[in-house]
Design a protein around this ligand. Structure first.
Ligand code: ADP
Ligand code: MG
Length: 209
């Protein structure tokens, strides 16, 4: 898809929410080994409420859709990741103000600003074993993909691949932030659950666009 309006983006957000909900057992299993075990349930709860809300409401612009989505996640998810996934959508809003449809470059701008917002909010550095270690390679991959395609689905698929490479890399990182810093030794060899959630989210969006 080269241009996505609020309706197409809403369908993509619903698809991504379903992918997150389906990933709950894997997220719970991993966060139970290296964190406090609540990441999967938090994500499932937040994205279930979001899915309901999006199904019931209609949105005139991408801005309205992502504004509502971001606020919803901050409000109903809880944990560090509720705020951070909400921030991902809210911080990107300035890039899509006044646009009725988004092209590939708008999507990259939106997510890039969102990722910067997550970094500003959470203060995680690359290598801290957090979702940032999936978000930054996703951003790099999107920027590269934008040079050779204007298809939004392909751009997001590239982002997903970048995120998955990041997930793989988190296996060798010792956590420094969030509650899983208490599980430093056990965490080696395991991927970061928040990074996995990023890859699932991007994949869910990609598959619908
Ligand atoms: P909590 O750490 O409050 O239990 P969750 O279990 O919901 O939060 O989410 C854990 C995930 O949140 C981690 O796997 C990590 O990816 C991410 N995370 C935690 N703290 C930060 C931070 N300061 N910056 C970025 N990501 C973070
Ligand atoms: Mg947790």
């Amino acid at each position: 898809m080269k241009l996505a309006d609020a309706t197409a983006l809403k369908a993509a957000m619903i698809n991504a929410s379903e992918a997150i909900i389906a990933a709950e057992p894997e997220l719970t299993r991993i966060d139970s080994v290296i964190g406090d075990g609540d990441h999967g349930i938090g994500m499932k709860t937040g994205f279930s409420v979001l899915r309901e809300k999006l199904t019931e409401e209609s949105f005139a612009t991408p801005y309205e859709l992502f504004h509502t989505s971001g606020l919803c996640l901050v409000k109903c998810m809880g944990g560090s990741s509720g705020v951070l996934f909400g921030t991902l959508f809210i911080s990107g809003l300035e890039a899509i103000k006044d646009k009725d449809v988004l092209n590939a470059s708008d999507v990259v701008d939106f997510l890039t600003k969102g990722i910067q917002g997550v970094i500003n909010r959470g203060r995680a550095k690359p290598g801290d074993k957090t979702m940032v270690d999936a978000l930054l390679p996703a951003q790099t991959a999107m920027e590269l993909a934008l040079k050779s395609t204007d298809d939004i689905g392909q751009i997001l698929e590239a982002a997903e691949t970048g995120a998955l490479n990041g997930v793989e890399a988190t296996k060798n990182m010792a956590p420094r932030l969030g509650r899983s810093k208490n599980f430093r030794e056990q965490a080696l060899g395991w991927p970061d659950p928040g990074a996995i959630s990023v890859s699932v989210l991007l994949g869910g969006l990609a598959r619908s666009l």
